[in-house]
Design a protein. Structure first.
Length: 216
């Protein structure tokens, strides 16, 4: 197993649920799949300030439930729930674009979940490291600060891997940072994982984060 298996993907179906939960016949499968991809990428960009960590999609014959997990739910909800209506309109536009027809009888339900502890979310930690590196903060300082915050939040272990033309070097390299225990072959353990690219002056640098959480 080692480093080559996504810790989230290998646990799906055993200890974690699927992010997309629906059935479709051959005629609709392609459209549903494209819709899911576009909805996730679009909402992640649109709600970037809210700190989106996950988007789950459930489909029924005449309705769709989208569960968005964020660190700042107030940014999504808005005043009087106006933000929720904007999200619904945005999702309907994506569906119309994919299906190329008007959608009249489709009901969309948006649910917002709040991240209990943002410091234990691998995606938010990776995003913060990427943002600091893009602001030209030395990568070692950014990673060490992130590791300290994660450990202070109660994580059993954290591992960060940075790969690419670090500090503008001519030859790309990989640097690993590790603290605590991060089991890679124990499926029962709760390990969160995320990978985020950082666009620096000399090109992209990849950031991977593993966080070993305590089981509740």
């Amino acid at each position: 197993m080692g480093q080559k298996v996504n810790p989230i993907g290998i646990r799906i179906g055993h200890y974690l649920p699927w992010k997309s939960r629906w059935f479709a016949d051959e005629g609709n499968f392609k459209n549903f799949l494209i819709e899911d991809v576009k909805i996730r990428s679009g909402l992640t960009k649109k709600l970037k300030l809210a700190g989106v960590t996950g988007i789950e999609i459930e489909r029924l014959p005449k309705s769709m439930v989208i569960i968005i997990t964020v660190s700042r739910p107030g940014v999504v909800i808005g005043r009087g729930g106006t933000g929720i209506e904007d999200v619904k309109k945005y999702v309907l536009e994506i569906i119309r674009e994919v299906r190329k027809k008007n959608i009249k009888d489709l009901k969309i339900d948006i649910r917002i979940n709040e991240v209990r502890n943002p410091e234990l979310s691998a995606y938010l930690v990776a995003e913060r490291i990427a943002g600091e590196m893009e602001r030209r903060i030395p990568h070692r300082r950014a990673v060490q600060k992130a590791i300290e915050r994660v450990r202070a939040a109660g994580a059993l272990g954290v591992k960060v891997v940075v790969g690419g033309r670090i500090n503008g070097a001519e030859i790309s390299r990989v640097e690993k940072f590790h603290q605590g225990s991060v089991p890679t072959q124990t499926l029962r353990e709760d390990v969160d994982y995320a990978q985020v690219p950082a666009l620096l002056k000399r090109g992209y640098v990849g950031i991977k984060v593993w966080i070993h959480k305590k089981q509740e």
